[in-house]
Design a protein around this ligand. Structure first.
Ligand code: FES
Length: 202
């Protein structure tokens, strides 16, 4: 895992478009009066979605004003949580889990595949492929380790060959089927379920 960096290239301004504005106002309404700052994480997420999946400093300043909170507090949140991208990422954004359960099941083979197919360097946007990849901490799919997330989809039970094939498809602009690549349904055992079979009396 490398240190998180802030992009050197920053747009001067940011503001919500009408869709983001409506979404932000809807979220703020869920909090009691005077507690609108609690919406900061959701608003950062909305800004990231609007801005090609990364958050510039101008968006943090805009959200600070929007929620009447100091810019530095928004900055602290945005730089603490790794789900907020602080530099431009690819349209195909690949996150490889390398936390212990995935690591002992071969996560670094997935990292090797990303290095071969996308870039030697983590967090580097390869413009001609419109792809970038990074290592992340547990994505909550440990039982189907090792795994990676591509945009909003999870690809699980991977090995190097399967990952290479998935990345080939992604680079061609296709969307390979997400889920288990050992044919498991959700997180069931291999060769089907063996317990809790009697649903009639459940
Ligand atoms: S350790 Fe990889 S998903 Fe949890």
């Amino acid at each position: 895992m490398t240190l998180r960096k802030i992009s050197k290239e920053q747009p001067e301004t940011f503001e919500f478009n009408s869709e983001s504005l409506a979404e932000a106002n809807n979220i703020i309404k869920k909090y009691p009066k005077g507690k609108q700052q609690s919406a900061v994480m959701s608003l950062l997420y909305i800004a990231q979605k609007q801005n090609d999946n990364w958050i510039p400093l101008s968006a943090m300043k805009y959200i600070g004003k929007f929620l009447e909170m100091p810019y530095v507090k928004v900055y602290e949140v945005a730089t603490f949580y790794t789900m907020y991208n602080l530099t431009p990422v690819g349209k195909h954004f690949i996150q490889v889990c390398t936390t212990t359960p995935c690591m002992i099941r071969g996560a670094y083979k997935i990292v090797e595949a990303c290095k071969e197919k996308i870039s030697e360097n983590e967090n580097e946007l390869v413009k001609e492929k419109n792809c970038s990849w990074m290592e992340v901490e547990c994505l909550g799919a440990c039982i189907n380790a090792p795994m990676m997330q591509i945009n909003d989809d999870y690809y699980e039970d991977l090995d190097k060959d399967k990952t290479l094939k998935i990345l080939d498809q992604i680079i061609l602009g296709k969307t390979p089927e997400p889920g288990s690549y050992r044919g498991r349904l959700n997180s069931e055992p291999e060769n089907n379920r063996k317990t809790l079979l009697d649903v009639k009396n459940a």
